[in-house]
Design a protein around this ligand. Structure first.
Ligand code: GDP
Length: 319
């Protein structure tokens, strides 16, 4: 049904479709899939619910890294080398700060810093994060809805064997993920005003291949989300191939929660509401085993290197 509507859209280019999709996203794997989706699906029919658990203040800016990555992806501005920041950005402020003896943990470009400073300024003026994102995405000409999972401040920390409890960004940057993870802790937050309504109103929910523990699970843990998902068709793309994540520390985090670091582990984590799991060709041998956990398993190429890879995967999840 959806694919027929996509075809109509592609052939007529003007026909609006009425099927709303909601995508759950972090800041690397899912934005790659979004690049594919937005090529073949009308932007105004897409809502993206974005993880906020890693948000923090730094250098007077409010860093909502996953939200900014999703915004820059829709606006074709994302720096695809890092899946962070704006391509072609300059680093004049950062270089001057270093020159004067101030170092920052994150490498912020000048234009990207403006996005983050504006968030901090408006938060101080009493705006909610949802309203700020609405303003910023409108200014960037984005027609999709971008919904922070929560407007509340969040915290995430990693309990490690070597250094005890450390900040998430220290784990990622200072320690380069080279620690044994014992626990991942994050605070309970309330849903942003449009979160539950967005899931309830859409026809299909797509989990991109984001980190199941630090990007997707924080959204699912919010009151009302899991119940809303149970009423929907939910399809997820696995961020694993074999026993490894395509990139980043997802494997270490899955282990800490007692899940296998594989697509089977992802199936276990999402099994209460998941209808379909998309796994990579290289995991074909595990298809039957995973079908005992979730009703449908699709085997395809999930490695998104080129725009064609992204569009092909997008067609599969929209079908
Ligand atoms: P974060 O917020 O930067 O951690 O980003 P996400 O949570 O959105 O994405 C991280 C996950 O994306 C990792 O677990 C990777 O395994 C996964 N990932 C990155 N690139 C790809 C890809 O091309 N294909 C698939 N299937 N997963 C990917």
């Amino acid at each position: 049904m959806i694919i027929k509507k996509i075809k109509n859209h592609i052939t007529t280019k003007i026909k609006r479709v009425e099927i709303m999709i909601t995508v759950f996203s972090g800041g690397t794997g899912t934005p790659k899939l979004i690049q594919g989706i937005k090529e073949i699906y009308p932007e105004e029919e897409i809502s993206v619910v974005v993880n906020t658990v890693e948000n923090l203040y730094m250098s007077r800016g409010y860093i909502a890294a996953d939200i900014d990555t999703v915004m820059y992806t829709f606006a074709d501005m994302i720096d695809e080398e890092f899946w962070y920041g704006i391509k072609g950005d300059t680093y004049i402020v950062r270089e001057q700060l270093i020159e004067m003896g101030t170092t920052e943990l994150l490498r912020l470009g000048d234009k990207d810093r403006a996005t983050k400073l504006q968030k901090a300024i408006l938060l101080e003026e009493g705006w909610t994060l949802s309203d700020i994102v609405e303003l910023q995405k409108d200014k960037l000409g984005i027609k999709a809805s971008i919904i922070p999972m929560s407007d509340e401040e969040s915290e995430i920390s990693i309990v490690t064997k070597e250094h005890g409890e450390i900040e998430f960004h220290d784990f990622l940057i200072k320690y380069q993920c080279n620690c044994e993870v014992l626990e991942v802790k994050y605070a309970h937050v309330s849903p942003s005003p449009k979160l539950i309504e967005t899931i309830e109103k859409c026809d299909k929910v797509i989990f991109g291949p984001s980190n199941p523990i630090t990007s997707i699970r924080p959204i699912i843990s919010i009151d009302g989300v899991e119940d809303a998902l149970k009423e929907k068709e939910v399809i997820a793309v696995s961020p694993f191939v074999g026993k490894s994540a395509f990139s980043g520390p997802a494997g270490q985090f899955m282990n800490a929660f007692g899940y296998e670091t594989s697509s089977k582990g992802v199936a276990e984590l999402y099994k209460t509401f998941l209808n379909t799991l998309v796994i990579d060709n290289q995991d074909e041998e595990f298809k039957e085993e995973i079908e005992e956990i979730v009703p449908n398993v699709i085997v395809t190429n999930t490695f998104m290197k080129t725009i064609e890879d992204k569009i092909n995967l997008a067609k599969i999840v929209l079908e």
